[in-house]
Design a protein around this ligand. Structure first.
Ligand code: V47
Ligand code: SF4
Length: 346
């Protein structure tokens, strides 16, 4: 079957009956993965909320480090959180934070090096492309040099955050001053070239149009053709509370919009192994529907989540491995435990 063009993808997104679209994406998902749904026993560690940027959608960051709600965990706190998760079987630590004004690059190298020594088996999926670009500016090095050093310190994979909408005109409105879309792509290209796999997100349901979403996916598909290395595409559902975009976009998008986005992503991103249903943002009910609409991954047990909950998420954080498996089984699907590198454990 030939590849969907951008206009075909847009037409499907706008005009295909929902059930037909989801069924078609499900056929594509099953062709790749059968009934399997991947999940990971993991923990998110958001090591600081102090950030020199103030993206308009973000309710997590604090610009002032002496604000009462600002925090910046020391290594022992990070280690204790990691240890707790690993005792519970975690295979992945997902470590991301704000762009702290003071920490030198060495601080991040040491964080990974110490975690790697103390927990040699756990996968370290750490630092978004935005953090990598920040470390590069801090230290006068290229993102490639930064990632080579971090790989030497124990980095296994990069998470997909910071992509937002890669179309620059949208980016300029929702996150002025942030790494550009091209820079985000450059970091992931460089990561793939040195053997660091990554994910790609798309923050949707705010001011962007369907055309912007398809253009975003096209940039990702092109990069994956050129320098393969993405594991999963993760549609992130904009949450509207306590942020600077609230007065313009006060509501979360609909379930239908989420399912259409998942389904079109599965059909358009034909070179991406997985579409992820990030249950923290979709909610459990919609995430379960997404598993029948193209998604083949549920992310993980997570334990602690700060970014979406700062913006109004109501989903309880943390899910036991048993519940994760049971949810998938209840859908008539087969849970497959994985690590951050998609090694299978069941
Ligand atoms: O980069 C910020 C987004 C991202 C809001 O790679 C918001 O496996 C919704 O990237 N509403 C962090 N989203 C989350 C992320 C992620 C999550 C799960 C798995 C992976 C992975 C990556 O959250 C940020 C930003 O794009 N975000 N504010 C908000 N109000
Ligand atoms: Fe900082 Fe990330 Fe929030 Fe933007 S989304 S303000 S970079 S923490």
């Amino acid at each position: 079957m030939s590849r969907l063009t951008e206009s075909e993808a847009l037409d499907l997104f706008l005009n295909a009956p929902l059930e037909e679209l989801c069924a078609r994406a499900n056929v594509e998902k099953e062709r790749r993965h059968g009934k399997s749904v991947y999940w990971v026993n993991n923990r998110q560690i958001n090591y600081t909320n102090v950030c020199i940027l103030h993206c308009k959608f973000c309710a997590f960051s604090k610009i002032k480090k002496d604000s009462v709600t600002a925090y910046d965990w020391d290594y022992d706190t990070i280690r204790d959180k990691a240890a707790f998760a690993i005792e519970g079987g975690a295979r992945e630590l997902h470590i991301v934070g704000g762009l702290h004004p003071d920490h030198p690059f060495d601080y991040y190298i040491e964080m990974l090096r110490k975690l790697r020594v103390e927990f040699p088996k756990v996968n370290l999926k750490a630092f978004t492309a935005v953090e990598i670009a920040h470390f590069a500016k801090l230290s006068g090095q290229t993102p490639l040099q930064i990632m080579e050093t971090l790989k030497g310190a124990g980095l296994d994979a990069l998470p997909g955050g910071g992509a937002e909408i890669l179309v620059q005109s949208v980016r300029d409105q929702i996150c002025p001053g942030k790494e550009t879309g091209e820079e985000w792509l450059d970091v992931h290209r460089a990561a793939h070239k040195i053997g660091i796999p990554t994910n790609a997100t798309m923050l949707f349901g705010h001011i962007e149009t369907p055309e912007h979403r398809i253009a975003h996916m096209k940039m990702l598909r092109d990069l994956q053709d050129e320098a393969p290395g993405f594991f999963a595409f993760i549609p992130l559902v904009y949450h509207p509370e306590h942020n600077a975009l609230h007065s313009i976009v006060p509501n979360m998008t609909s379930q239908e919009d989420i399912l259409r986005t998942v389904a079109v992503a599965r059909l358009f991103l034909d070179n991406f192994p997985h579409i992820k249903a990030y249950w923290i943002q979709m909610g459990i009910e919609t995430a379960m529907k997404a598993l029948h609409s193209g998604a083949s991954d549920l992310d993980g047990t997570i334990i602690e989540e700060k970014i979406t909950h700062a913006a109004g998420a109501k989903v309880p954080v943390g899910m036991s491995p048993e519940r994760m498996r049971q949810l998938i089984l209840n859908e008539g699907l087969e849970p497959v435990e994985r690590d951050a590198l998609y090694e299978r454990f069941s």
